[in-house]
Design a binder for this molecule. Structure first.
Ligand code: NAP
Ligand code: SF4
Length: 671
């Protein structure tokens, strides 16, 4: 019997039976806006081949004012419908099913033409929305209904109506944004009129044999959001109006509580879907921070939901379901919820991809085709770049040997693993280690490769990583100064600490030093207390009345940088605020614009705009960035052995796993 009987059980929706309980959640990839519809079609078809029961597309605008940004994709013309037909045909040919999400952004639309229930600006947008009048509301409903009808014409199996995350329909539901006194505002029956009317009229337009998913916000995580009673009332009304499935939405985009970041516990919000399930008779779908078949199976086996939605995990691995079904779950590339190549890209106007899978959204461009000319390939360094290069090269049919000086694979990823809130890196290192074996890479641990070892290979790849940058501070050789590697591998650290350097690693080290005991990411009750997540049954919107209640910091930490800018400004676009907020909650002193004068027995002497200052600390931790490790590349150059240099050994500045993995994969694809 399969290890995932609940996950792989069919689901009867009446006019259609889904083959399993996995839904690929909606994600904005930016692919549609490229106009390369063959690429869009292949992106979705690959996921259909990978066995997911039902795909939901990225949000499509019902009209220009409802688009997330000017020019956002939608079904506005016969040409658009034909383009989408190419996508649905490709998915159906691959044996899959696909629903189109209709997303009206309301006041979240990045446009001066944005509209909403009331003219209240969102904190994450510069634009005050125009308050809709009766005709304006009717026009929005008509646009959504037309979009659904066009989706049906384009061959979609259904639509998802986006009613959560603080978008247009959600804005009518909550008092926070709806101050109207007409029939679309005031009491809850009036505030829910718009979403219910939308569902009713969409069902009327598309007929009974069409999947209609409504994404309902179960906890808004904003003040004056919906109460639980209202959520249940809405869910029942949406069911009565003709929805086939209810999908879970968590938190408005402006909420100051992380909802999908890596530090959020797995399945952190499934308890809300579980509570909704007995209140309705249509199937409910749960979502947020579900990234392995085991977690998904557990939720379904416990009766918390009828289906599980995963979005980013399908960027990390298109074959999630087929691998789970084939007993190859360990081969599923894990989404580590980092947002680095998906949401951070989206919010920087770049195409989505995936840190662990550079082929995501690049299926037609980056191919790992079997080689016709097998080569011998030596790769030195089993960090992210080297491991990815080795796996892809071996999968393509090359004979690959991987040399690693230490006794384990993973490189700097092993340091990330110990940071509270970065536990997902454990699964990533395990996946890499397992895939090296599956791909047939010959691994030499505890082997510092020399130029002599590498002579004779057809291709030689140097992925020897980085060395910590020497900040050259007077007195830095004193015993009260430690490098980050020593700290993260367990060196004793005093109670008062100064961290030199506030890049990704400085922030990580600060998190590590202020925590003690179990990581909140591994203890849902602790995490909810830390971020002030309450219960919408107690407080409208679900923010705890007492506010965030973090554990006391384990140490007094000062995080320092020389640049006179806000600390963490260069961290991930969608996660930097979380790191800053987490450290603020632990009273970490964040100081920019300092100079480092000297390490003294009493602490660290710094220069500030107000003059010199002594930071009285017990330990000083160096997190001043890295430089490439040049040793092997130099030796190979001297010996006249041609080689490629990738990862941190190539460029250490702004080194990150995303670039390292991408570079490793692309080099191996080209052998
Ligand atoms: P980094 O991001 O380049 O930051 C280096 C820090 O050291 C900066 O704060 C810099 O600030 C300071 N610095 C640079 N030269 C210095 C010098 N000579 N003396 C004193 N301070 C100096 O490097 P990192 O923190 O080592 O991280 C490396 C990379 O790993 C990051 O860029 C990131 O991509 C990745 N990473 C990411 C995460 C994540 O959460 N996404 C976490 C960990 C690591 P000033 O020059 O202003 O002093
Ligand atoms: Fe997941 Fe990170 Fe990939 Fe996004 S980039 S899909 S969060 S692993």
């Amino acid at each position: 019997m399969s290890s995932y009987p609940h996950l792989l059980a069919p689901l009867d929706l009446g006019h259609v039976t889904l083959p399993n309980r996995v839904l690929m959640g909606s994600m904005h990839t930016g692919l549609e806006e490229t106009g390369d519809w063959a690429r869009v079609a292949e992106f979705y078809a690959a996921r259909a081949r990978g066995g997911v029961a039902l795909i939901v597309t990225g949000g499509m605008a019902p009209n220009p004012e409802g688009g997330v940004f000017p020019g956002a994709a939608g079904l506005f013309s016969a040409k658009d419908i034909a383009n989408h037909r190419g996508v649905t045909d490709a998915v159906h040919a691959a044996g899959g099913r696909i629903a189109m999400q209709i997303l009206h952004a309301g006041r979240y639309a990045y446009s001066k033409d944005c509209v909403s229930a009331s003219p209240i600006k969102s904190p994450i947008s510069p634009f005050v929305p125009r308050e809709l009048d009766e005709d304006g509301i009717e026009a929005q409903i008509a646009a959504i209904v037309t979009a659904a009808a066009r989706a049906q014409e384009a061959g979609y199996d259904g639509v998802e109506i986006m009613g959560s995350e603080g978008y247009f329909l959600n804005q009518f539901l909550a008092r926070h944004t709806n101050k109207r006194t007409d029939r679309w505002g005031g009491d809850y029956a009036n505030r829910m009129r718009l979403p219910v009317e939308v569902v009713r009229r969409v069902r009327e337009a598309v007929g009974p044999d069409f999947i209609l998913i409504y994404r309902i916000s179960l906890i808004d995580l904003i003040p004056d959001g919906s109460t639980w009673e209202e959520v249940v009332q809405l869910a029942r009304a949406i069911e009565a109006a003709g929805a086939t499935l209810l999908n879970t939405g968590i938190g408005w985009h402006e909420a100051r509580v992380p909802t999908i970041a890596t530090s959020v516990p797995r399945a952190a919000f499934a308890w809300l879907t579980a509570r909704l399930r007995p209140e309705v008779s249509i199937p409910v779908i749960t979502s947020n921070r579900i990234n392995t078949p085991d977690v998904a199976e557990g939720i379904l086996a416990d009766g918390q939901a009828d289906m599980v939605s995963m979005a980013r995990p399908f960027l990390a691995d298109a074959d999630f379901v087929v691998k789970a079904a084939a007993g190859r779950a360990a081969e599923i590339a894990p989404c580590i919820a980092c947002n680095q190549a998906c949401l951070d890209h989206t919010f920087s106007g770049k195409l989505t991809s995936c840190l662990v899978n550079p082929r995501a959204c690049a299926e037609t461009e980056l191919r790992y085709d079997p080689t016709t000319t097998p080569k011998t390939v030596a790769i030195v360094g089993a960090g992210a770049a080297g491991m990815m290069c080795a796996i892809v090269a071996a999968q393509r049919g090359h004979q690959v040997e991987l040399f690693e000086a230490s006794g384990q694979v993973g490189g700097l990823l092993n340091l990330a693993k110990v940071i509270p809130g970065k536990e997902e890196f454990r699964g990533l290192v395990d996946w890499f280690a397992g895939m090296l074996t599956v791909a047939g890479v010959k691994l030499h641990l505890n082997h510092r490769a020399t130029a002599q070892d590498l002579a004779g290979f057809d291709e030689v790849v140097v992925a020897t990583g980085v060395m910590p940058r020497d900040p050259g501070i007077a007195g830095q050789d004193a015993p009260n100064v430690l490098g980050y590697e020593a700290v993260l591998t367990g060196a004793p650290v005093g109670k008062r600490v100064a961290i030199i350097g506030a890049g990704g690693i400085g922030f990580d080290v600060a998190e590590y030093l202020v925590h003690s005991g179990i990581s909140p990411t591994e203890d849902l009750a602790l995490w909810k207390r830390e971020w002030g997540v309450g219960d919408p049954a107690d407080v409208a919107g679900g923010l705890a009345a007492a506010g965030p209640q973090p554990e006391a910091p384990a140490r007094q930490v000062a995080l320092l940088q020389r640049k006179a800018e806000k600390l963490g400004r260069r961290l991930g676009k969608t996660t930097g605020w979380i790191h800053r907020a987490a450290l603020q909650m632990k009273n970490v002193e964040m100081r920019g614009g300092v100079s480092y004068e000297a390490v003294v027995p009493e602490g660290l002497e710094i220069g500030t705009a107000d003059g010199p200052e002594l930071l009285a600390v017990d330990t000083i931790v160096l997190c001043a960035g890295q430089v490439p490790n040049p040793v092997l590349a130099d030796a190979l150059g001297a010996a006249g052995i041609a080689h490629h240099v990738i990862g941190g050994a190539d460029v250490a500045a702004e080194l990150d796993a995303k670039r390292a993995i991408d570079q490793g994969a692309r080099l191996a694809a080209a052998f």
